[in-house]
Design a protein around this ligand. Sequence first.
Ligand code: NAD
Length: 469
Amino acid sequence: MRSMLIDGKLVQAEATIGVVDPSTGEVFENVPDAAAPDVDNAVAAALRAFPDWRDRTPEDREAVLAAVADVILGNLDELSDLLIAETGRPRGLAQFELAQLAVGYLRYYGALRLAPEVLADEPTRRVELHRKPLGVVAAIVPWNAPVFIACNKIAPALAAGNTIVVKTAPTTPLTTLRLGELIAQVVPPGVINILSGGNEAGAALVDHPDVAKVTFTGSTETGRKIMAACAPSLKRVTLELGGNDAAIVMPDADVKAVAPQIFAFSFFNSGQVCAVIKRLYVHDSLYDAMCDELAGLASASKLASGREADAQFGPVQNRAQFDKVRGYVEQAGRDGRIVVGGEIADGPGYFVPLTIVRDVSEGHAIVDEEPFGPILPVIRYSDLDDVVARANASPFALGGSVWGSDLDAATAVAARLESGSVWVNQHCALDPGVPFPANKQSGFGVEGGIEGIYPYLALQTLNIAKNPS
Ligand code: NAD
């Protein structure tokens, strides 16, 4: 059985949780189920490790983050196998998450250097602006990109001089726990602690009085609870929550050219990504052609366990999400017309065929809500001002995109969207050096880019009088 990493040691908990293979629906491994004493031990270890880590040079900290990245690359096959087993995703996607995303963010934040800013330097005074680490960071991670999201919190937190306790998602703990086992010898004890456990372990971690900051990625519903739990002690909090990204296809778009990209960014990781296309608005003049093109692409793709070499799309990751997505598919069939997919077998595994539904609009759950699965609503529009207003009329504002041949015209429409990230002729293009902001109820406290390290630092002004009398 896999172990948790606490204070540099590999430890078990009193109870265990079964890990289910989403391709079969069967438990294939057990992991520790952290309880309150385990959370206490992890936070205490992170607190003890903090002064030494805080006082290390940026170069020392970069070396440790680089060592974690090297461990991922040096064990890529083993870690990919585990990620495939617990998520069902194809190998290429598992390797992309580990070797590109996780490693890319670890390296980017390791190399980042922040110098104090001088705000005033006059004969009588000097004022400097410093940024100081906060202490122990609690990182709560979801199941859809477990290792990347953990590393996207570990990297800026540690680069800023904090120590961290990561709580993995209940259904995808394996790869992150294995990473913890592999890095036990390369990270100073207590600097990174990794717990597996349920929602209660997450709540205990958020509530812990010695946690200075909480960074959470997950559903908007849980984000609200976490924000409320941070209120009594005014803990700093970063929330990366749900999305309902709109994509707008302009009247001048070349359907055959853009459809494969739109398809790829709608069904990436079987739609289980916060910032994939979840509402596709297509101009009236291209509507039928786009529906047909996307349906053709969906019919030609292979849905299978990621263990199969030719799998292109895997199952939904867990039973609860599978039931939720099935509900959306059934309702969408009543609200609109399913042009491909829609037939969900009762097992084995949590497979949902790529599903495209047309003739739906606002007021239908598949358009208004975030299904977080492989189903795409295609919505008709005829007026650009109207479609911009409809795209913005959502409580979510994570990502959005505009697709067209005239780049200036598409860019002008993109600039009117309210989401944190806006793309033209692409979607969900992540880059460690580019901030990934979340607006409205998609969250706040940005990740990515230099802006992504600031939420892990407290501002301090140092005010020096030069000529004391
Ligand atoms: P979730 O909110 O159910 O769970 C996320 C994590 O929170 C898990 O580790 C869980 O155990 C923990 N948790 C649950 N209740 C808690 C509590 N009261 N206190 C502390 N921790 C608690 O989310 P999920 O279903 O795992 O993830 C899917 C959601 O995540 C989607 O809505 C998706 O859009 C969102 N997401 C957002 C981003 C982003 O960057 N904005 C990225 C990925 C996923």
